[in-house]
Design a protein around this ligand. Structure first.
Ligand code: DGL
Length: 268
């Protein structure tokens, strides 16, 4: 079912942040069609309960499966942290999530096996990154830190602002004190803070961008399952959202790195 290589890839997130994953996919797999779902009416998920996130995640995955996607990508770290099993249980097509991709990349980047992980409070409380990394490498030492203020700062566009720098210094201090050599950016929004975080962390720390890691993992899975599209014309992109809030276009385009069209509003 739905295993037609020319079907679209389904990508979803709690809002516009997952467009960082779409951007990486567009660059890595330019011929693949993408259906993106962003739950802009109910974002942020990063401070909601596991039960609520599970319920929303099910609704979104079912919506994309009705559109005959060939693969589901959970771009939201928070959803991946607490609801990836819910999606795997209901999906007839392969499911990838940013956490497994980030865990693999973190381990290949780290030589000391001292790895920092930053994310929303729900992602960090779930310890999903810690579990995913330990499953692959039990010796790894994980230092995690919830960074609740980063999502609003990024949405405000304060990517290189003194307030963001001070906030990053404060959040990263305990993580850097543990001498990590790798830092996982465990949230859709954090790739936009990469230059600032790299400066604060210093040159000795490798930042793992979960969006890039996800695009690499997707390319590998399409090869393994023989699911690469045979199309060679410009890909088709559709963006489904549950609300068009103030500054949606500006913020969305900042994440996507290009203009945002084919936006459809879904009313639930
Ligand atoms: N997409 C979320 C994540 O990657 C961040 C925004 C939210 O809290 O919903 O964790």
């Amino acid at each position: 079912m739905n295993h037609n290589p020319n079907n679209a890839i389904g990508v979803f997130d709690s809002g516009v942040g997952g467009l960082t994953v779409v951007r990486a996919l567009m660059e890595r797999l330019p011929f693949e069609d993408i259906h993106y779902f962003g739950d802009t009416a109910r974002v942020p998920y990063g401070v909601k309960s596991v039960e609520t996130i599970g319920h929303y995640t099910t609704q979104i995955a079912e919506f994309l499966l009705e559109r005959q996607v060939k693969l589901l990508i959970i771009a939201c770290n928070t959803m991946a942290a607490v609801s990836s099993q819910v999606v795997r249980d209901l999906s007839p097509v392969p499911v990838l999530d940013v956490i497994e991709a980030g865990a693999v990349t973190a381990l290949s980047a780290s030589t000391s096996l001292r790895i920092g992980v930053i994310g929303t409070p729900t992602t960090i409380n779930s310890n999903a990154y810690g579990r995913a990394i330990h499953e692959l490498q039990p010796e790894a030492r994980i230092v995690s830190q919830a960074c609740a203020l980063f999502v609003p700062l990024v949405e405000e566009g304060w990517l290189d602002h003194p307030v963001t720098r001070m906030t990053a210094q404060e959040y990263l201090r305990p993580v850097l004190a543990e001498k990590v050599d790798t830092l996982v950016l465990g949230c859709t929004h954090y790739p936009l803070l990469k230059p600032l975080l790299q400066e604060v962390a210093g040159p000795g720390v490798t930042l793992v961008d979960s969006a890039e890691a996800m695009a690499e993992r997707t390319a590998a899975l399409l090869t393994e399952r023989n699911l690469h599209t045979t199309a060679r014309q410009a890909a088709d992109y559709h963006f489904y959202v549950t609300d068009v809030p103030l500054r949606f276009q500006t913020i969305g385009e900042r994440f996507l790195g290009r203009s945002l069209s084919n936006v459809h509003v879904v009313k639930w």
